[in-house]
Design a protein around this ligand. Structure first.
Ligand SMILES: NC(=O)C1=CN([C@@H]2O[C@H](COP(=O)(O)OP(=O)(O)OC[C@H]3O[C@@H](n4cnc5c(N)ncnc54)[C@H](O)[C@@H]3O)[C@@H](O)[C@H]2O)[C@@H](O)CC1
Ligand SMILES: Nc1ncnc2c1ncn2[C@@H]1O[C@H](COP(=O)(O)OP(=O)(O)O)[C@@H](O)[C@H]1O
Ligand SMILES: [K+]
Length: 500
């Protein structure tokens, strides 16, 4: 498990452990871990200067401890500190760390140096950030963001909400770090919304705290281990019926492409048979993908198999009617795009959705999630975990709240944050591909939660693979994803890439 903790949980662990140790012991461990991290990053670099920013609280104390350690490390490092003490009295631990930094002959500066240090260490604010950055801290952060000097953040990048991944506002700023060294435990906000961009690569320094001090995690990071029990090699004696039927309900006039992308994704992720139940008569077949079958949506039976409803479905009376018929049925459902918007606008459809017993996955982006919850997309983004959990509980379904750091939530269950994927996915049609993978895995017998976890991980990893091959992120097309999805899935099951 790759656990994620809330700020309240980290504080509780800290209190329990601190009571068993000498005062300042945890801060000293944090300062040592930070210094070790800096030394590792400086290895082999000619520039040996490090600038540490220390704020008024214990995060500043960590930076001051790190500065004292670096100055005393005998590694030829030029250590400078900017200490923004603020008006409140420093804690006893931070005051002690300040004394150590002075004793170690660290240079104290009033302003940013003229030339770039090898590394800036951000100890301005950690989990104690209580409001938007202002005054000298804001000026400093804005200047450093403009300069682009490499930054290692201690615990949390200053300005970021460690619970939600939002930049604390209104009109807030956060220091963009290339790396973050999280103390005690990993934090939710480093991995979703603005968090991925602001925190960069995250490492955890547990400060030698024993596992029994930790409560059950409030969330975890997605990884293949969470769905590995579904990754099974295929029996020789299998046939197309062994891997399920997926019907895409969508493709209204002018939007047939969305349904085609979903259908191809379902095919390339291993469904036995894929068809499009089209809302409007479109092409009789897909000349690029002739395996895909076409049916008239108006007469298509909606009670069996796996249905992916929504891609290019539109908001017509027929679309509404098909949803009303499918929701009470026994088919496993993936609901995306227009299907979610129709449900968001209809109390009747919401009731039908909440009453379902067959497997159901909802894949809203933040605006679709906002419509389902009757709030604004800004409110959804301000707390993505809470929004995903609220939708899962209200509609008794597995939810994928999409976006950077997609959140997968189950009713009553702990949420999972996805780490794969990149901005190459920020283009039209990639969500249709995700819905197709979800449907395909459901049709192959995966339970809904594993199907959602697997689909999101595979979708993001496919995009990462394409980017590593020079395909994107700029200009990566949704239609390029399915083949990469196939390669990633085969690699997961068989260990080596097939059909690259
Ligand atoms: N107490 C301990 O033993 C340990 C603390 N740790 C460090 O301590 C941090 C938490 O320390 P704190 O609780 O002191 O919190 P912080 O150091 O994150 O910040 C709190 C201080 O900043 C002020 N403040 C908050 N928001 C502000 C803003 N926008 N503008 C100006 N001032 C603002 C507060 O009034 C307070 O003085 C963790 O993130 C971690 O880095 C770790 O070293 C682990 C051990
Ligand atoms: N910046 C990003 N980083 C990672 N994943 C992203 C990013 N932007 C979009 N995605 C992913 O791409 C997909 C986009 O889906 P969606 O917004 O529904 O697009 P569309 O409806 O056009 O297909 C989702 O899976 C989302 O999580
Ligand atoms: K910090």
């Amino acid at each position: 498990m790759k656990p994620l903790y809330s700020v309240a949980q980290i504080r509780a662990v800290e209190q329990l452990v601190a009571a068993t140790l000498e005062p300042g012991a945890l801060m000293q461990r944090a300062g040592q871990a930070a210094a070790n991290g800096v030394l590792a990053l400086l290895a082999g670099q000619a520039n040996r200067s490090v600038l540490l920013l220390a704020g008024p609280g214990n995060n500043g104390g960590d930076a001051l401890e790190a500065a004292a350690n670096l100055a005393g490390a005998g590694a030829g490092i030029d250590v400078a500190v900017i200490y923004l003490a603020g008006s409140a009295l420093a804690s006893a631990e931070t005051a002690q760390a300040l004394g150590r930094a002075h004793d170690a002959q660290v240079r104290f500066l009033d302003a940013l140096p003229d030339s770039a240090p090898a590394l800036v260490v951000d100890g301005l604010f950690g989990i104690g950030l209580a409001r938007a950055l202002d005054g000298a801290a804001r000026v400093m952060v804005e200047a450093l963001n403009a300069l682009g000097w490499p930054v290692l953040a201690l615990d949390v990048p200053s300005g970021l909400d460690a619970d939600t991944g939002a930049i604390v506002g209104p009109d807030g700023v956060a220091l963009r770090a290339g790396r973050t060294l999280a103390f005690i435990g990993n934090k939710i906000g480093l991995h979703t919304f603005e968090g991925r961009d602001v925190a960069g690569e995250v490492e955890v320094a547990s400060l030698a705290i024993d596992a029994h001090y930790f409560p059950p995690a409030s969330a975890e990071l997605n990884q293949a281990a969470l769905f590995a029990n579904q990754l099974k090699p295929r029996a020789n004696n299998s046939h197309k019926g062994s891997f399920g039927d997926v019907a895409i309900v969508g493709g209204a006039r002018g939007m047939a492409g969305a349904a085609m992308l979903t259908a191809r994704a379902a095919l390339y992720s291993g469904a036995g048979r894929v068809l499009v139940a089209a809302l409007d008569p479109g092409p009789a077949f897909d000349s690029v993908q002739p395996e895909i079958m076409f049916r008239d949506g108006a007469t298509y039976p909606l009670g069996v198999g796996t249905l992916v409803m929504g891609p290019g479905m539109g908001g017509s009376a027929l679309a509404m009617d098909m949803l009303a018929r499918a929701l009470p049925g026994a088919a496993a459902l993936v609901l995306d795009a227009d299907a979610l918007n129709l449900i968001g606008a209809s109390v009747d459809l919401q009731k039908r959705l909440g009453a379902r017993t067959a497997p159901t996955i909802l894949t809203p982006h933040p605006l679709e999630a906002a419509r389902l919850l009757g709030i604004s997309s800004l409110e959804v983004q301000r707390d993505r975990l809470a929004a995903a959990r609220a939708i899962a509980n209200r509609f008794n379904a597995i939810v994928v709240l999409k976006g950077s750091g997609s959140v997968i939530a189950a009713p009553g269950g702990a949420a999972v944050i996805n780490t794969s994927g990149n901005p190459g996915l920020a283009s039209a049609g990639t969500g249709d591909v995700l819905a197709g993978i979800c449907g395909s895995l459901l049709a192959q017998g995966w339970p809904a939660r594993e199907a959602a976890l697997g689909a999101v991980w595979i979708h993001g990893t496919a995009a990462d693979r394409l980017v590593s091959q020079g395909i994107g992120p700029i200009g990566l097309c949704a239609s390029e994803l399915p083949q990469a999805v196939r390669a990633v899935l085969n690699e997961l099951v068989y260990g080596t890439a097939k059909n690259g």
